[in-house]
Design a protein around this ligand. Structure first.
Ligand SMILES: Cc1ncc(COP(=O)(O)O)c(C=O)c1O
Length: 432
């Protein structure tokens, strides 16, 4: 066999991979947007499919030799349609932000107004941050959470929609632990003639398992990542239900009206991306196949149960959980009720030193900057994959509280870290 290696084994990089595997194995992973994929998802991602160029779509490629990858991409599409009862899907977006960018490109012109959840209330940066394409190229307006309840302020959303008349309304968030009232948003979108898009990146796995309402029933367009609760490889997807009449079809230079499905496909390729990552698309297909099994539903039920129990333990210890609990896999903690002087930044650092991984997060109406923050975001998808059940959630919250009581003490952190490592040793993670 031809030896394609141009040098001896790259121990420098493989040692880094080993270190990262060790880090993932020994700690408690509580980042709400992370998960651990199955061995077969990993195997598909590390496969020879990475060698193939396949610009275009199955059956219509700009390269020869795509017959085999066409089969994989078609399976990914069919499984994704089945998972969410969708009529149209695109599995090529390289990430969630890329999927969102393609929707903007298909639906808006530069400078058009769109509306999303205020970023400091839980919205994602691709929903209008001033440093992201969405805020740089389009005019972003925001709706807010209610300061008292921590829930979406639907009155404020409707009022802002009627005043600003955005062409696109986005629901979905990076840090919102409650169910959405999609029907109410669709109603106001219809009233002002806006396109309604839902970015379901965070709860996609719970939705696939039927544990939260399916936005494909309400929105014109739905986007998602595949790597959070859905437990697939890093990537994005776009979906539409039956309900995509095409009042927004743009005319082509030849004067034909283009359907929204065609607009979205061309916004992904050639609009914003080149060749699709067929190895990742195969891994997406594997993950969608896993998500169609009864075991996946059991997993998601446990994710939800773990989150509800964890949120209750936080409240029992005197922490404020924004909105008073969670309907999904995540929760946002306002540290100020218990430790007014402690910033999210210091808390995150201390917890990471104790091998408890989480991230600082702004809380709604935060008095601190995005670099300091007054909150922490927690999620249960990764620890649930690891096998932890609800009876362990009190133990985790207890450890977190011990770290936060004395975040500057290395001795305190070390004691917690040893306990974390000892316990997590009981939950094997990788087969290799
Ligand atoms: C709601 C939402 N949309 C989009 C994204 C972006 O996904 P990606 O990091 O794959 O671009 C995220 C990432 O956290 C997210 O939370």
């Amino acid at each position: 066999m031809l030896n394609l290696s141009i040098m001896t084994r790259d121990t420098e990089i493989f040692d880094i991979i080993r270190q990262e595997r060790e880090r993932q194995t020994k700690g408690i992973e509580l980042i709400a947007s992370e998960n651990f994929v199955s061995d077969q998802v990993l195997e598909a991602m590390g496969s020879v499919l990475t060698n193939k160029y396949a610009e275009g779509y199955p059956g219509h490629r700009y390269y020869g030799g795509c017959e085999v990858v066409d089969l994989g991409e078609n399976i990914a599409r069919e499984r994704l349609k089945k998972l969410y009862n969708a009529a149209y899907v695109n599995v090529q977006p390289h990430s969630g932000a890329q999927a969102n960018m393609a929707v903007f490109m298909a639906c808006l012109k530069a400078g058009d107004t769109f509306m999303g959840l205020n970023l400091s209330h839980g919205g994602h940066l691709s929903h209008g941050s001033a440093v992201n394409f969405s805020g740089l190229m389009f005019r972003a307006v925001a709706y807010n959470l209610d300061e008292n309840t921590g829930l979406i302020d639907y009155d404020n959303l409707e009022k802002t929609a009627r005043e600003e008349r955005p062409k696109l309304i986005i629901a979905g968030a990076s840090a919102y632990s409650r169910e959405w009232n999609y029907a109410r948003i669709r109603k106001v979108a219809d009233e002002i003639g806006a396109i309604f898009m839902v970015d379901m990146a965070h709860p996609a796995g719970l939705i696939a398992a039927g544990l939260l309402d399916n936005p494909v029933k309400y929105a014109h367009i739905v986007t998602s990542t595949t790597h959070k609760t859905l437990r697939g490889p890093r990537g994005g997807v776009i979906l539409m239900g039956e309900d995509f009449p095409n009042p927004w079809g743009k005319t082509t230079p030849k004067g034909e009206i283009k359907m929204m499905s065609a607009l979205l496909d061309s916004a992904v390729f050639p609009g914003t991306q080149g060749g699709p990552l067929e190895h990742v698309i195969a891994a997406k297909a594997v993950a969608f196949g896993e998500a169609l099994t009864p075991e996946f539903k059991t997993y998601q039920q446990q994710v939800k149960k773990n989150a509800a129990v964890m949120a209750q333990h936080f409240m029992d210890k005197g922490y404020k959980v924004i909105s008073g609990g969670t309907d999904n896999h995540s929760m946002l903690i306002d540290l100020r009720t218990k430790y007014p002087e402690l910033t999210g930044k210091v808390a995150e650092k201390a917890l990471v030193s104790a091998d408890i991984t989480t991230n600082k997060n702004m809380v709604p109406f935060d008095t601190r900057s995005a670099f300091q923050t007054s909150g922490l975001r927690f999620g249960t998808p990764a620890i649930t994959t690891r096998g932890l059940k609800e009876d362990k959630m009190g133990w985790i919250v207890e450890l977190i509280d011990r770290v936060l009581q004395d975040p500057e003490s290395e001795a305190n952190i070390q004691k917690v870290r040893e306990e974390v490592n000892r316990e997590m040793n009981q939950y094997p993670l990788f087969a290799w």
